[in-house]
Design a protein around this ligand. Structure first.
Ligand SMILES: [Mg+2]
Length: 224
């Protein structure tokens, strides 16, 4: 089971750029960029529980942040500028991380590969198509949230043996800790630009599932 965003391709960096443009556009007279960013993080943290992940949710969080900090209702002009920041993300070319294509080519000949991502279904599937990596996956799961119950459901749905199945990803919160808690093994490949909402301490299991940390995706070829 392999995560997509910031495991196979760059993702968070695009959002960071959009947020930087938003902060410039807001041009707040008293709040520093760090404070604006902190406020947006809090809005997103609350909203993902109800509205999930994806560009539409992100765009609305920016609009709410704008209204709360500017203290005015966003006009059509404000909205269209905010829309533009998110449209840039959607239009970006997929930037694969180092060695990903070659490594998937190697892995898919030897193993059953399942893409396990979260977010808006259409957006995640479109990214996969645009990445040119679709051919390497036997199946794709776009989940609303990647928590322990979701991994337990994958275990049943795909009839995969827990001790022979690995979850590979960059997020301790979504990929590593819940997969380990569900009984899967996990491979943690940290990405230096991981979304702040995905940050969490990795909880190595005392016994049972195995946890391996790698520096690069391409190192998977030596393990599998
Ligand atoms: Mg990820």
């Amino acid at each position: 089971m392999i995560d997509a965003d910031d495991t196979l391709w760059e993702n968070n960096i695009l959002f960071d750029r959009a947020i930087a443009s938003f902060i410039e556009f807001l041009d707040h007279k008293t709040h520093t960029p760090t404070e604006v960013r902190g406020h947006l993080n809090r809005i997103e943290h609350e909203r993902v529980k109800v509205h999930g992940y994806g560009l539409a949710a992100f765009r609305e969080s920016l609009a709410i942040c704008f209204e709360e900090l500017a203290g005015i209702k966003a006009t059509t002009e404000h909205r269209s500028e905010i829309d533009r920041f998110t449209a840039i993300i959607a239009g970006e070319e997929m930037l694969l991380l180092d060695g990903v294509r070659e490594t998937l080519h190697h892995l898919h000949q030897r193993h059953r590969l399942l893409l396990v991502t979260k977010g808006a279904d259409d957006e995640q599937r479109k990214k996969l198509r645009n990445s040119g990596l679709e051919q390497y996956f036997h199946d794709v799961e776009v989940l609303r949230e990647k928590h322990t119950d979701a991994y337990c459901a994958l275990h049943c749905r795909h009839a995969c043996e827990l001790d022979r199945t690995w979850m590979i990803g960059n997020s301790p919160k979504s990929d590593i800790n819940p997969a380990l808690a569900a009984g899967f093994n996990a491979i943690y490949i940290p990405h230096p630009n991981t979304w702040v909402l995905e940050e969490e301490e990795v909880h190595p299991p005392a016994e049972g599932p195995r946890l391996v940390t790698l520096e690069r995706f391409s190192q998977l070829a030596q393990l599998f």
